[in-house]
Design a protein around this ligand. Structure first.
Ligand code: NAD
Length: 480
């Protein structure tokens, strides 16, 4: 079946089309991946790392081409897409270095006996990825998996198959044929891949409903999985938050970059009541300076459309539902005069004031350009409200007192929490990233992100049974 993808900023323009892969095609791809992996695992880790570094350089050489494709298919502004492509190249280099540093076999040969610990790759990794940061979210799986000796089959989102397709071609170019492959399609293709008996590890990033489907398929096949799911991140602005222009602009972009369609965007803003009016006015002025909606390829635009008509309808529906329940809605930012917003899936960014904690716009991941702003009186109350709900991806605390902010941030139910920033400006490639509660399991980034793709395997010759050793009764526990 042919899947077409339109440009979400100009829906009459086709970015391209891909053929979806059925179960037979998936079967062939997995067989090729298994054959390639058998060769690849025999390549020493320093050589694998060197090939990844070369791949990273090739991605940088083609950065503009990859970024433009990504901007046209996702609706992310070109500067963002360039940043993402550059970060993906950095991820490839980072895991080349970490792989070389960590994957040398360990062990000992001394009075305790002899032990070796080596890190065995799983084999074939299936990477199922979303559309919103396709380059980064794929390379965070690809790079650690490859450096540790796995083959990878990627199933990108049908909303964004082209930029990542080009990146994967460049990465795979000098690697054994079949080591890096792509299958296209939606849930059916993902299902065929994840349940395939030739797949040894599943790495998924996406929303809750697809996550549940993937986890149960992987569970039935007894294939271990890493799941990076959605978030409903709260930012807490304490009574002493230092909110200069730069901080307010950071807040705006942490909520509205990529039209709010970022797993770790600020999705709920809790403000100490004493600062509420000042913060709302400050966010409006900051948005007037930095938030311009329009075509992602136009200069000066900082926010594009949302990804689809369904997405636009869902976000608009949430805002209207809140308005009908008595909330006040304020439109933010400016519009690029050279963009005809009616040609694409554009949703004007809004602040929603006075929504209840139980309203869907607060309680659910809205994944769009709207931000509920809520007042709180006590820090304990703000923490409890931030921690309500099933999701626990990120969070942030804003205060002029770093120690105070740190202490409050540590109380958030979150895999990571930032101080005085949020979203991409807080990321650190060396720190583990992932969610608690229903935001997923397993980690990406850092050394933890590499350990997800290997299993330690031990060979042990206890000293007790060496010639002249002390021996041990036939069924005894050592050291008991
Ligand atoms: P999605 O869950 O709709 O799709 C993700 C992938 O799963 C795609 O490849 C899609 O084709 C596939 N898929 C969809 N339904 C499926 C099903 N029933 N069975 C098998 N596969 C299926 O997500 P999306 O709209 O592409 O991305 C948005 C979501 O991803 C948000 O919830 C966001 O928070 C989350 N996300 C999380 C992280 C993170 O690191 N935690 C990062 C980015 C995005």
């Amino acid at each position: 079946m042919r899947i077409e993808r339109e440009n979400p900023a100009r829906t009459d323009e086709l970015v391209g089309a891909v053929e979806s892969s059925d179960a037979v095609a998936v079967d062939e791809v997995v067989a090729r991946a298994r054959a390639a992996q058998a060769q690849w695992v025999a390549v020493p880790v320093d050589k694998r790392a060197a090939l990844l570094r070369e791949a990273s350089a090739r991605v940088r050489e083609h950065l503009e081409e990859i970024a433009t494709l990504t901007a046209r298919e996702t609706g992310k502004v070109l500067a963002d897409s360039r940043g993402e492509a550059g970060f993906a190249a950095t991820v490839l280099g980072f895991y080349a270095d970490r792989g070389e540093a960590l994957l040398t076999p360990g062990g000992y040969d001394d009075v305790r006996g002899r032990m070796s610990v080596r890190h065995r790759p799983y084999g074939v990794v299936a990477a199922i990825t979303p559309w919103n940061a396709p380059l980064i979210l794929t390379t965070l799986k690809l790079a650690p998996a490859l450096v540790s000796g796995n083959a990878v089959v990627v199933k990108p989102s049908p909303f964004a198959p082209f930029g990542i397709g080009r990146l994967l071609e460049l990465v795979g170019r000098d690697l054994p044929a079949g080591l890096v492959q792509v299958v296209h399609g939606g849930a059916e293709t993902a299902t065929a891949l994840v349940s395939h008996p030739g797949v040894d590890r599943v790495a998924f990033t996406g929303g809750e409903s697809a996550g549940r489907a993937i986890a149960s398929l992987a569970g039935r096949a007894l294939t271990p999985s890493v799941l990076e799911l959605g978030g409903n991140d709260a930012a807490l602005l304490l009574d002493d938050a230092a909110l200069d222009d730069a901080a307010l602009e950071r807040l705006v972009m942490a909520a509205f970059a990529t039209s709010g369609q970022v797993c770790m965007a600020i999705k709920r803003l809790y403000v100490h009541r004493s600062r509420l009016d000042e913060v709302v006015a400050g966010l409006e002025s900051a948005a007037a300076r930095v938030l311009r909606t329009g075509d992602p390829l136009h200069d000066g635009v900082s926010m594009g459309p949302v990804v689809s008509g369904d997405s636009a309808a869902r976000v608009t529906g949430l805002v209207e539902e809140a308005r009908a329940a008595g909330a006040e809605v304020r439109e933010l930012g400016t519009v690029d005069p050279a963009t005809d917003l009616s040609r694409g899936y554009f949703v004007r960014p809004t602040l929603v004031l006075g929504a209840g904690d139980a309203s869907r716009i607060v309680a659910e991941e809205q994944f769009g350009p709207t931000l509920p702003v809520l007042a709180f009186d006590e820090v304990d109350e703000a923490v409890a409200r931030a921690n309500a709900g099933d999701l626990g991806l990120g969070g942030s605390v804003w205060s002029a007192d770093e120690d105070r902010a740190f202490a409050v941030a540590a109380r958030l139910d979150a895999g990571f929490a930032f101080v005085n920033t949020h979203n991409r400006t807080g990321m650190a490639l060396h720190a583990p990233f992932g969610g608690v509660k229903r935001s997923g399991w397993g980690r990406e980034y850092g050394d933890d992100g590499l350990w997800e793709y290997v299993q330690p395997c031990v060979v042990h010759a206890p000293a007790a049974f060496r010639a002249g050793g002390a021996g041990l009764a036939a069924n005894a526990y050592p050291g008991s």
